[in-house]
Design a protein around this ligand. Structure first.
Ligand code: 13P
Ligand code: SF4
Length: 306
């Protein structure tokens, strides 16, 4: 039986020997973050992997992230660290439901959050990330937009782009929507000097109180640049632990104790070790039509500077 440190050392040796680039979404645990080549938000990781010299990519995250990596790097082998790690929100809408929406609103552009399956992306006009959504929605020529699948991220954008009309579906991230306005009021009372930083996947009643709303990496960069000493964090609680490691002279508090994405927690350090030994994970295979259709949606985002 290996200790954590021995397993990490073995992983670092194996990834070199087997030509792997390891990607870790920022919601992964610290032991995985420590052995990753890149740590970051969902789309940034796939872009890093595209430019990396390795022929094999191990995505420690959830399925749509591994699919995005495969779309950008079709000639590389992409492995998802745990076959059951999915983002429930990415699958909230079926292809038939999206087709029906398109028929109901034929003059609307369909904007897809990156947290969607590659199959859904084939039916959309443009992708957005939480970091780029505002910029892209402002630029697209259509005034009317169907925004899928996150109605909370969508509402956050809509409030800042009042000149456009939006259609949303019900749903959202089952983890971020656990955070309530009551949590905000309690945190403000307990930590009156702390800044409140939240992910825009939170509900409007929470986001409207925030000092800053942004993607996982935007939240971390905000802390790095801020002179403030205390922060309440409204996103997956792994970010509180990473920030505490990175900024030991600052204080970080969880906005909600139950903001934990269990899909992100499925991957363990032992899974990473097993994947590198060809003994776990799942290789992502996309048919040519799906890959091309989904890539068009991502390329459109990049064309708008996303
Ligand atoms: P980021 O793009 O901010 O990393 O968000 C991905 C995600 O799933 C947040 O819940
Ligand atoms: Fe999906 Fe929410 Fe988990 Fe992010 S936190 S991967 S949006 S379920």
């Amino acid at each position: 039986m290996l200790t954590t440190q021995q397993m990490q050392e073995e992983i670092l040796r194996l990834k070199k020997e087997k030509d792997f680039c390891i990607l870790a979404h920022a919601y992964q645990t610290h032991d995985i973050v420590e052995i990753a080549d890149f740590v970051g938000d969902s789309f940034g990781l796939s872009q890093q992997a595209q430019n990396a010299p390795q022929q094999n990519i191990l995505m420690c995250g959830v399925r749509f992230m591994a699919e995005t990596a495969k779309i950008l790097s079709p000639n590389k082998r992409v492995i998802l660290s745990h076959p059951n790690a999915g983002c429930p929100m990415a699958e909230q809408l079926t292809l038939d439901e999206l087709k029906a929406l398109r028929e109901q609103y034929p003059d609307h552009a369909v904007v897809a959050y990156i947290n969607t399956t590659s199959a859904l992306k084939t039916l959309c006009d443009v992708c957005v990330t939480s970091a780029s959504a505002l910029k892209i929605v402002k630029q697209i020529p259509q005034k009317k937009i169907i925004f899928i699948p996150d109605c909370n991220l969508g509402a956050w954008i809509a409030e800042q782009v009042p000149e456009k009309e939006f259609v949303f579906i019900e749903g959202g991230c089952p983890i971020h929507t656990r955070i309530t306005e009551k949590d905000v009021l309690r945190a403000r009372e307990q930590h009156p000097n702390a800044l409140l930083l939240v992910h825009p996947e939170c509900v409007a009643e929470v986001t409207r109180h925030a000092d800053f709303a942004g993607s996982t990496t935007a939240i971390m960069s905000y802390v790095a640049k801020s002179d403030a000493k205390e922060f309440v964090i409204g996103t997956d609680n792994s970010i509180v632990s990473h920030l505490s490691f990175d900024f030991p002279d600052k204080k970080f508090y969880k906005l909600s104790k139950i903001c934990v994405c269990h899909d992100m927690r499925l991957t363990t350090l032992a899974d990473v070790y097993n994947c590198l030994n060809d003994n776990g994970g799942e290789e992502i295979v996309l048919d040519g039509q799906t890959r091309k259709g989904a890539k068009r949606c991502i390329d459109n985002m990049l064309a708008y500077g996303g």
